[in-house]
Design a protein. Structure first.
Length: 350
C-alpha cells in the first residue's frame, strides 16, 4: 500500500514534464479560439489576454502602381528618412509600395487565422469620396472591410475584435463623424461601450475604482458586445459612447530599430513596466528598415525586403515567447504573421 501511494506521488511529480511542450491539451480552431478557450479566459480582462494582431492591417492590396496618399514624403516609417536626400523621393515612390505592404492576407482572412487586433490607418479620399485604409499608399476600401468584419463577428459570436484607428488622414471633421456613424450602423449593439459611459453615481464610482477598468471576457460575451472601436483623442465625439480614446486605451511603444536584439530588449523592458489597468498594451514586433536598406534591396545587393525581414523576425519572435509570456502578455502585432506564430501567441493563454 505504501508503495502505491508513492507511485501516485511520483506520477504527480513527473506528469508536468511528461506533457512537456504540448502546453495544456486544449483543442481550438484559429477562427474561434477565444470561444474554445472560454474557461481559461472568462475572468480575464481584455488587457490580460494574449492576443495576436496585425500591423497596418489594411495594407495588403498595396502594389507598384498604388496611389500614394498625397504626400509621398510621409514615408516616415523608414527610421532615418528625414536624413536622406530629397532627390531620392521620386525613386521611393517606385520602391515604396514594396515597403508599405505589411500583410498578405485580407482582413477577413486575418480574422479567420486568429488575428483579433487590427491596426487601421484611415484615409479620406476626396477624389472618390471614399474611406480607405492606407500605409503611405492606398490600401483597402474601409467601407467594404467594415462589412467583412461585421460578417465575421456575426458568424463568430464569442470572438472579440479590436479595431484601433491609429491615424485618420486627410479627413474633415464631418467626414470623421459620418465614418463613425457608419461604424454605428454596421456593428450596432455589438459595440462595446465605455465602462464610464454608463450612468453611475460619482460616489459609487470612487468607491469601486474597478468599474473604470476594462470588462472581462465573459462580460463581453454575455452582453454580446464583442467589437471595440478606438480612435485618437482629437476626434473623440461625445455622440458616440462606444468610442474608446486610442491615446488612453492603447499603449503601443515603438522601438524604431532595425536590430532584432534591440527590439527584444525594448519589448521586454516595456512589458515589465507598470501599466494602466484601463489600457490595452500593444507590443510591436516590428523592425523599421533604414532608407539605405530599402535602396540596397532595390539595387539587388541581397539586402532583405520588408517581407523577408518580417518572416525572419517572426522566427526569432517564436523563441522570445517563452520569456514574454512571464510578463503579462497582451497584444502582439506583426507583419506577415503565419498560423504557427498566431498559435504561439494564443498558447500563451494556456
Ligand atoms: C467601397 O466599398 C463599398 C461597399 O462595398 C462600395 O459600395 C464602394 O463602391 C467601394 N468603393 C470603391 C471605390 O471600390
Ligand atoms: C485632402 O487632400 C487633398 C489633396 O491633397 C486636398 O486638396 C484637401 O484639402 C485635403 N482635405 C483635407 C480635409 O485635409
Amino acid at each position: 500500500m505504501g508503495v502505491s501511494v508513492l507511485c501516485v506521488i511520483l506520477m504527480a511529480l513527473f506528469e508536468p514534464s511528461m506533457t512537456g511542450s504540448s502546453v495544456r491539451n486544449v483543442e481550438y480552431k484559429l477562427d474561434s479560439w477565444m470561444g474554445s478557450l472560454y474557461p481559461h479566459l472568462k475572468h480575464k480582462k481584455l488587457n490580460e489576454i494574449a492576443i495576436p494582431g496585425t500591423h497596418n492591417s489594411g495594407s495588403y492590396p498595396i502594389s507598384i502602381g498604388s496611389r500614394t496618399t498625397g504626400d509621398i514624403i510621409d514615408l516616415s516609417h523608414l527610421s532615418d528618412f528625414e536624413e536622406s536626400i530629397p532627390a531620392i523621393v521620386d525613386l521611393l515612390s517606385m520602391v515604396g509600395p514594396r515597403w508599405s505592404k505589411s500583410q498578405e492576407l485580407s482582413i477577413f482572412d486575418q480574422l479567420k487565422m486568429g488575428i483579433r487586433y487590427l491596426d487601421l490607418r484611415v484615409y479620406c479620399d476626396e477624389e472618390t469620396d471614399e474611406y480607405y485604409l492606407e500605409h503611405s499608399f492606398i490600401g483597402s476600401n474601409l467601407t467594404d472591410e467594415l462589412l467583412h468584419i461585421a460578417q465575421f463577428v456575426e458568424e463568430h459570436t464569442k470572438e472579440v475584435v479590436i479595431l484601433d484607428m491609429m491615424s485618420v488622414q486627410n479627413c474633415s471633421e464631418n467626414k470623421v463623424v459620418s465614418l463613425l456613424e457608419r461604424f454605428g450602423k454596421v456593428f450596432g449593439d455589438k459595440l462595446a461601450h465605455l465602462p464610464t459611459a454608463t450612468k453611475r453615481k460619482k460616489k459609487e464610482r470612487k468607491k469601486n475604482k474597478k468599474s473604470h477598468s476594462l470588462p472581462t471576457y465573459s462580460q463581453l460575451v454575455k452582453k454580446r458586445t464583442t467589437v471595440f472601436v478606438a480612435l485618437r483623442k482629437e476626434f473623440i465625439s461625445k455622440r458616440f459612447d462606444w468610442l474608446w480614446n486610442s491615446d488612453k486605451f492603447t499603449i503601443s511603444p515603438f522601438a524604431n530599430t532595425e536590430s532584432k536584439e534591440k527590439l527584444r530588449i525594448f519589448i521586454a523592458d516595456k512589458m515589465s513596466e507598470s501599466r494602466s489597468p484601463k489600457s490595452l498594451f500593444v507590443s510591436q514586433i516590428i523592425l523599421t528598415p533604414t532608407t539605405q536598406n530599402v535602396f540596397a534591396s532595390l539595387f539587388g545587393s541581397g539586402a532583405k525586403s520588408l517581407q523577408e525581414m518580417a518572416v525572419d523576425l517572426n522566427k526569432d519572435f517564436i523563441d522570445w515567447v517563452e520569456d514574454f509570456s512571464q510578463l503579462n502578455p497582451n497584444i502582439f502585432i506583426t507583419d506577415f504573421p503565419d498560423r504557427g506564430l498566431v498559435k504561439k501567441i494564443i498558447n500563451m493563454n494556456l
